[in-house]
Design a protein around this ligand. Structure first.
Ligand code: PEP
Length: 255
């Protein structure tokens, strides 16, 4: 049986206790539990425990936006994979382009974080993607291959990893890659994963970068696209539900 599409909502550094409770309540009213898609909510660390409580028994999964590679110690301000697992997380985003660009995260560190996440029972959602300059100079494929080679652990497989292809120029900009380009680079990622580990068949490859209700269907229908990592639109219950419904092939329910 084909695995269900994955729709992950990255809230980034947004929402407080009250606003997040309202968002989850709206998503529940809109039928988030009835989706064929595997839905993952990825709030900031301060909200993890509260959201874990609110989504228990809904079939929705919880993820975090980052972790430290060590499990404990003198790392003021950091959160370990172990802590995320104990807060109820199943997933953790690693190597998001905002972390790479704004916090200097390197491929080596992302790989160490991936090891730590897997040891703690989390599934890393490893982000890769090229800059606009790399795309325009024809280096997109090489850039993404290098990220995969350097970020992923050797034993990467469908039970311990999800890839999110997020072209940097499409994240938070309102621009999306063309379906043909998405399909081409997802096939390239599939081949790079096979080169890394011949037993890597079936690793879901998500697309991320300004996914909205208006473009979700035409992206999610592509054969190599296993779902979407959604930023801005995941903060709006109507939009997020529409994207989930597009992944499940359903029409919207009124909220
Ligand atoms: C993201 O944050 O991973 C993302 C894809 O953001 P947006 O959907 O807003 O482009």
């Amino acid at each position: 049986m084909a695995s269900p599409p994955i729709i992950a909502g990255n809230w980034k550094m947004n929402l407080l206790l009250e606003s997040s409770t309202k968002l989850i309540s709206d998503l529940k009213k809109g039928g988030i539990s009835n989706s064929r898609a595997r839905v993952v909510i990825i709030p900031p660390a301060t909200l993890l425990s509260s959201i874990a409580y609110q989504i228990k028994d809904t079939g929705v999964f919880l993820g975090a936006q980052n972790c430290h590679e060590e499990l404990a110690g003198a790392f003021t301000g950091e959160v370990s994979a172990d802590m995320l697992a104990s807060a109820g997380c199943n997933y953790v985003i690693l190597g998001h382009s905002e972390r790479r660009m704004l916090f200097g995260e390197t491929n080596d560190r992302i790989k160490a974080k991936m090891s730590s996440a897997i040891k703690c029972g989390l599934t890393p959602i490893v982000c890769v993607g090229e800059s606009l300059q790399q795309r325009e100079s024809g280096e997109a494929m090489d850039a993404v291959r290098k990220q995969l080679e350097e970020c992923l652990v050797d034993e990467v497989n469908k039970n311990n990893c999800i890839i999110a292809y997020e072209p940097i120029w499409a994240v938070g900009t309102g621009q999306t890659a063309e379906p043909d380009d998405i399909e081409e680079i997802h096939r390239h990622i599939r081949n790079a994963l096979k080169a890394k580990n011949p037993n890597s068949d079936g690793i879901p490859i998500l697309y991320g970068g300004s996914v909205k209700p208006e473009n979700a269907s035409k992206i999610l229908v592509l054969p190599e696209v296993g779902g979407a990592l959604v930023g801005g639109a995941s903060l709006n219950p109507k939009d997020f539900l529409a994207i989930i419904n597009a992944a499940s092939g359903k029409s919207e329910k009124k909220i």
